[in-house]
Design a protein around this ligand. Structure first.
Ligand code: ATP
Ligand code: MG
Length: 140
């Protein structure tokens, strides 16, 4: 299992609004090192697989449609306590509930268009990283 690493996506809203640079700056300033990164677009199949835990929930179709609507930036980040610290940095799922200074407070506009994804456990960080990157695309 990968330790001290988390997986993130800058979601389609972040890419289309030109917020990639500002968000990456915040990530770097918070002590995370980027060990893998790519601009890519999820297929419907990819997004349904990635968010499979939510497939019975009412917002699933909206979520998949949004996540496949344009390119995303996928990245693996390294820092001590990466999963937990990154969740603190991104803030609450709904930007209305996100604390001042968090990425979602600054860049998200709704619970769907909420700027970034962050893994919720070391186990999921490893699975999500493997889903998006092959071994020779991960550095460090
Ligand atoms: P993510 O997994 O994208 O980092 P999260 O862990 O904060 O977000 P989850 O509960 O895993 O939140 O939900 C995944 C995504 O589904 C959210 O980022 C959001 O875009 C969407 N979502 C969650 N709850 C709702 C809701 N009540 N209504 C609409 N969309 C929702
Ligand atoms: Mg989640």
């Amino acid at each position: 299992m990968i330790t001290n690493r988390t997986f993130t996506m800058l979601k389609p809203d972040s890419v289309s609004k030109g917020n990639i640079g500002a968000i990456l700056e915040k990530i770097n300033a918070s002590g995370f090192k980027i060990v893998a990164m790519k601009l890519t677009q999820l297929s419907r199949e990819d997004a349904e697989k990635f968010y499979a835990v939510h497939k019975e929930l009412p917002f699933f179709d909206k979520l998949v449609t949004f996540m496949t609507s344009g390119p995303i930036v996928a990245a693996i980040l390294e820092k001590e306590n990466a999963v937990e610290d990154f969740r603190l940095l991104i803030g609450a799922t709904n930007p209305d509930d996100a604390v001042e200074g968090t990425i979602r407070k600054s860049f998200a506009t709704s619970v769907t268009e909420n700027a970034v994804h962050g893994s919720d456990s070391d186990e999921n960080a490893a699975l999500e990283s493997e889903f998006h990157f092959s071994k020779n695309e991960i550095f460090g």
